[in-house]
Design a protein around this ligand. Structure first.
Ligand SMILES: C[S@@+](CC[C@H](N)C(=O)[O-])C[C@H]1O[C@@H](n2cnc3c(N)ncnc32)[C@H](O)[C@@H]1O
Length: 197
């Protein structure tokens, strides 16, 4: 299970996790370019991602950087994900109408590492349907829940854009599933190269 949050909710999330049978395997920092500019404090430009499992002796973890053909290459995943050039304005999957969308590529990364094709994935905070659409693209099954019915329109709109627009197709062609064949190509590098200024 992955829990993604800003730092200010982290204490409550950790307290709740303590009361469950889940084990925290990693605390990941995802950093990005945008932030709310502030003069009297540091600009916050990261999220926390907690990676938890029910059974610490048996869970799926498939680092991306191994070359699957010859099993060579960088076999490790770091817990700091630097997307230095990523911001919402240059994310081709980001659409108007939902205030806090996560990048599809970020969701894809976690799905690829922690699940197999045909597995079932749940997202109880669907929003613009990022997890749902990433699962469709990566051939996973998904149940997604959203309390605001109007967001269904956004999900349908996003699904249409992802399926039809050329720029999205280009990204699909270079998607992580392909990139894992090249040991040197990390998703962070993908964004950094793609949106280099
Ligand atoms: C941070 S957004 C999710 C963004 C999503 N990952 C995406 O990429 O679009 C959280 C969403 O959870 C929904 N939400 C909040 N509380 C909920 C609840 N109790 N049940 C279902 N959905 C809820 C909000 O309406 C919001 O759309």
């Amino acid at each position: 299970m992955y829990i993604i949050s800003g730092w200010n909710n982290l204490i409550d999330i950790l307290n709740v996790i303590k009361k469950t049978n889940f084990t925290i395997i990693n605390h990941i920092i995802w950093s990005f370019k945008w932030g709310v500019y502030a003069k009297k404090k540091y600009v916050s430009s990261h999220y926390h991602i907690l990676f938890l499992v029910k059974n610490k002796k048996n869970y799926i973890f498939k680092p991306q950087y191994i070359n699957p053909k010859n099993k060579k290459g960088h076999p490790y995943e770091k817990d700091v994900w630097n997307w230095d050039n990523y911001h919402r304005g240059n994310d081709p999957d980001h659409i108007k109408g939902h205030p806090c969308q996560l990048p599809l590529m970020l969701l894809e990364k976690m799905i690829i590492i922690s699940s197999n094709k045909e597995n079932w994935i749940g997202d109880i905070f669907s929003g613009s349907g990022g997890t749902l659409l990433a699962c469709k693209k990566l051939e996973r099954n998904c149940i997604s829940i959203e309390k605001i019915p109007d967001y269904l329109k956004i999900i349908k709109k996003k699904a249409k854009i992802i399926n039809t627009e050329n720029k999205i197709k280009n990204i699909e062609e270079e998607s992580i599933e392909k990139n894992i064949k090249k040991p040197e190509s990390k998703i962070e590098n993908y964004w950094n190269k793609k949106f280099k200024r």
